[in-house]
Design a protein around this ligand. Structure first.
Ligand code: 6PG
Length: 259
């Protein structure tokens, strides 16, 4: 079952029956966006999201029929955010993507751009990651942030996305592409891409699954604009497309009439 709607100012809403269908639709789109990018630019740049929702997608992409449809040699992999843990840690977004996807596919090692959020000085780590992004996208036409071909994003039940958490410092960032962000509710530090670079993407694909996200999703898409409380509302691509790929459980509180 797939229902597509255009949600006023918030992009395209695509509802899938369950997490399996969600992952399959995400895999089809991932391949399509990659093919589009390689045709247009000769390369595909993708920023992966963390958390558990995308793991089913990552496993699909690591296997047939999707694996051989993807241009791995022309693909550059980045992350939208990372936890302040080593890359071998179970909570590491790199670790999740490496075990479910990257260790199974032939992406050249120098095209896997890991966020080094385990470093003691996260401000330097953020600046170094920004420099790595700039090198990968060189030559940059201007000092505008580069446009990722695809950015995968998840949604927290509190309305956060990437590591842009409610009422945190990173929400105010208007120039840096990458910034450290302390999250008081988790008592932890993160590294995260910022709205200025996120919103330059060609395609932003939210993957949202489960009834625990239903209240936040309804508030973000249909409630008043309040990005401090609901940081995912900061995600509005300047020229790119925004797709909310959600399952029925996550969409269960959406008001059909105002979609
Ligand atoms: C992270 C993610 C974060 C995640 C949401 C949803 O590092 O935690 O980037 O933004 O996407 O918290 O996580 P789940 O998919 O596990 O619900």
């Amino acid at each position: 079952m797939q229902r597509e709607r255009t949600v006023e100012h918030a992009g395209e809403l695509v509802v899938q029956a369950d997490p399996v269908a969600l992952a399959q639709e995400a895999a089809e789109r991932f391949v399509r966006y990659a093919e589009e990018a390689v045709t247009r630019l000769g390369r595909f740049t993708a920023a992966l999201s963390g958390g558990s929702t995308p793991t089913r997608l990552y496993s699909l992409l690591a296997a047939e029929p999707y694996c051989s449809r993807l241009p791995w040699q022309k693909t550059h992999v980045f992350w939208g955010d990372e936890r302040a843990v080593p890359p071998t840690h179970l909570n590491s977004n790199f670790h999740t993507a490496h075990t479910t996807l990257l260790s199974h596919v032939p992406v050249p090692a120098d095209q896997i751009h890991r966020m080094q959020a385990e470093r003691a000085d996260l401000d330097v780590a953020a600046r170094d990651y920004e420099a790595e992004i700039a090198r990968a996208f060189a030559p940059l036409p201007s000092d505008e942030p580069p446009a990722f071909d695809l950015i995968l994003l998840g949604l927290g039940a509190d309305g956060h996305t990437a590591s842009l958490f409610p009422y945190t410092h990173a929400l105010q960032e208007t120039t840096r592409w990458v910034t450290p962000n302390y999250v008081p509710t988790l008592r932890t530090h993160r590294l995260t891409l910022t709205p200025p670079i996120l919103n330059r993407a060609e395609t932003i694909l939210f993957l949202v699954s489960g009834s625990d996200k239903a209240v936040a999703l309804q508030a973000i898409l249909q409630g008043p604009t309040d990005p401090e409380r609901l940081p995912a509302q900061l995600i509005r691509p300047v020229t790119g497309r925004l797709v909310w790929l959600v399952d029925k459980a996550a969409a269960s509180r959406l008001n059909e009439r105002t979609l």
